[in-house]
Design a binder for this molecule. Structure first.
Ligand SMILES: [Zn+2]
Length: 116
């Protein structure tokens, strides 16, 4: 007697369902956890926006170093965010240069490329 291996019907069902879900959910949809990089870039964008707000109020030089902990008035939640990859806070930065990630150059580059 010859045994023919056939995929079980329910396996096919699950596969079809996965494809269906993959088609429905846009990449980076809210069900998926955002990457550390995208969280970090968002953090730095927030800090940069806050720096701009402070810069407008204080009218300082745009190469003046701003400590993220001074920006809490301009940040949602009143707390300076940190990169998900580490516990180091973002270092003081100038409004002209923008924030830098203390953990990953790739995060900083992603921020820079998003801005230019
Ligand atoms: Zn980072």
């Amino acid at each position: 007697m010859q045994v023919i291996l056939k995929p079980h019907k329910s396996v096919l069902c699950v596969c079809a369902l996965n494809v269906f879900i993959a088609l429905l959910a846009p990449s980076g949809g809210c069900s998926r956890k955002p990457s550390a990089q995208s969280v970090c870039v968002q953090n730095m964008q927030q800090l940069w926006e806050a720096a701009r707000a402070q810069f407008r109020v204080r009218r300082g030089a745009d190469d003046l170093l701003i400590n993220p902990s001074e920006l809490t008035n301009y940040l949602r939640g009143g707390v300076a965010p940190i990169c998900p990859l580490g516990t180091n806070p973002y270092a003081p930065f100038s409004y002209r240069e923008g924030p830098k990630c203390p953990n990953s150059d790739a995060h900083t580059q992603a921020l820079r490329s998003g801005r230019s």
